[in-house]
Design a protein around this ligand. Structure first.
Ligand code: ZN
Ligand code: MN
Length: 512
């Protein structure tokens, strides 16, 4: 029997607003001492009144737009009741039937087939997080940190559109990038800013019916999502082949140490949340059309205005970079991982165009940009990806704090392209530029690092090298090609690495 997996994801994204969802407590409590960012509201004391965080609502609408969701004109909060030590009110303020966004979708690019795959999104709603329970197995009690209680969470639910574990991972990575591009969440899975539960069932290939699903919890990394789903597919395949497919909905927890999922509870013990509308928070009305000037009282959230704030998202940027700059998928993937890196690259390219224009005007050559555009862009991309970004990583410098202006970076690329300096010198200069912010031509003059392309000057050095090294010269004449490398090495040593290697090689061969 051929079986097909049906996978849906439920993702919680922690918003990085300044304050919590319904009170003015500091929302960065994860970096603070336990229970230092709390108040009667987020502790759920009776008689306190929640006030909704406008920023969180606005960001949820922005995220809904990025996920191509319809925004509800009318939205409201509901109480979801359950009893647990991390929830002192005994209910969570969430949204039941009027989520902020619904019926959206997200495209992912399959790197192997290069095909677009569409994943539908059922809804996006806003809610508050529960406190954090700390269980220490060596002690007879558990501890609670209420700093996390009441922090804003967006819950995103996909349709059961996902066909395999790899696709689930790609979807999550795309989603994380969207949250980072929108700058609404750190979206770090390891830190719990992005949490994912996966629903999975199998069905005989081609059949329309869905079978009872299994929910897997505790998935704290992209790898875990992939591993847990792979494990569930093989576990459920076995059950199907034994003629005993899952008959009811169950919840399982992923145990990463053992590499297995373990049953937590079945449908019969499932909670009945007794939802009802939250009476203490007025409903939200989104303004869908643009307001006339002067009508904006600053209190409304206007969807048409919000749309204008939507940046170019990673997926579109990826496609554009591949088409416009003719870079490979992997290069583009690295380049756009962080929006700020991508922005820096585009500034460098624009400045590079300017530098090349200067060269053209100085009469060095005509139409350099038209003729060499792909090579120039590739050279710039390589220097950023292979030299600059690793250097920033090593020195723990953020790109927004970088001392190298895009103009100076573009000048460095121009100097490499026109062979004024070789790669060794350029690497040295790059490090210096990063440290001091100096421009490259200044550094070259100061350190006397110009590449020696002057043939006369090189010939003198080569003559001396040939005279001083009769052994390799003899070897080369006897047909040992390797000896040539030794001689080039001597030329480089004589010139402190400044000789233009191509010209030096040509001259050396001529002389021999
Ligand atoms: Zn509070
Ligand atoms: Mn939830």
């Amino acid at each position: 029997m051929e079986l097909e997996p049906i996978i849906g994801l439920e993702i919680h994204v922690q918003l990085k607003t300044k304050t919590k969802m319904f009170c003015t407590c500091n929302n960065s409590g994860e970096n603070m001492p336990p229970n230092s960012c709390i108040c009667p509201i987020c502790l759920g004391h009776p008689g306190t009144l929640p006030v909704a965080n406008k920023q969180a609502i606005e960001w949820s609408a922005l995220a809904s737009l990025a996920l191509h969701c319809q925004i509800a004109e009318y939205s409201k909060f509901d109480r979801k009741h359950y009893f647990y030590p991390d929830l002192p009110k005994a209910y969570q303020i969430s949204q039941l039937d009027h989520p902020i966004g619904k019926n959206g979708f997200l495209y992912i690019l399959n790197p192997e087939s290069n095909e677009e795959e569409k994943i539908s999104i059922n809804r996006l709603h806003l809610e508050e997080d529960a406190a954090k329970l700390l269980h220490d197995p060596s002690k007879k009690y558990s501890l609670i940190d209420f700093n996390r209680g009441g922090t804003p969470l967006m819950e995103i639910v996909t349709e059961p559109d996902i066909k395999n574990p790899g696709q689930a991972k790609l979807f999550l990575q795309e989603l994380r990038q969207i949250m980072r591009y929108l700058d609404v969440s750190e979206a770090d899975m390891e830190k719990g800013h992005l949490r994912c539960d996966a629903n999975i069932s199998l069905k005989p290939a081609g059949e329309e019916n869905l079978y009872p699903k299994t929910e897997i919890k505790n998935l704290n990394s992209f790898k875990m999502v992939e591993k847990a789903l792979e494990y569930e597919i093989s576990r459920q395949t076995k059950l199907w082949l034994e003629g005993n497919p899952p008959k009811e909905q169950t919840t399982r927890g992923w145990n990463d140490d053992k590499g297995i999922s373990e049953e937590q509870r079945s449908k019969e013990e499932a909670n009945d949340y007794r939802y009802f509308p939250e009476p203490d928070i007025p409903p939200i009305h989104f303004f869908i059309q643009a307001e006339k000037p002067g009508q904006d009282n600053g209190k409304n959230i206007n969807i048409a205005n919000l749309k204008t704030r939507l940046p170019e998202l990673a997926y579109d940027k990826k496609k554009r970079f591949m088409a416009e700059y003719e870079l490979h998928y992997e290069e583009v993937r690295i380049m756009i991982e962080d929006k700020k890196n991508a922005d820096y690259f585009e500034q460098v390219i624009s400045e590079l165009h300017d530098w090349v224009n200067h060269l053209e005007k100085a009469g060095q050559k005509e139409n350099i940009w038209q003729e060499y555009k792909p090579q120039l862009i590739k050279l710039a991309a390589n220097w950023l990806i292979n030299k600059l970004f690793p250097l920033l990583e090593e020195k723990q410098i953020k790109i927004e704090k970088i001392k190298i202006t895009p103009e100076n970076m573009a000048e460095l690329i121009t100097l490499i392209f026109t062979k004024k300096i070789n790669n060794t010198t350029a690497t040295e200069i790059l490090a210096e530029m990063l440290a001091t912010g100096a421009d490259p031509s200044h550094l070259i003059k100061e350190k006397n690092l110009d590449q020696i392309s002057n043939e006369e000057e090189l010939e003198n050095i080569i003559d001396k090298v040939i005279k001083d090294n009769p052994r390799p010269v003899e070897d080369y004449k006897k047909g040992k090609e390797k000896a040539l490398q030794a001689l080039i090495g001597k030329v480089m040593a004589q010139t402190k690495g400044k000789a233009n290697p191509e010209i030096a090689l040509k001259l050396l061969k001529n002389k021999l």
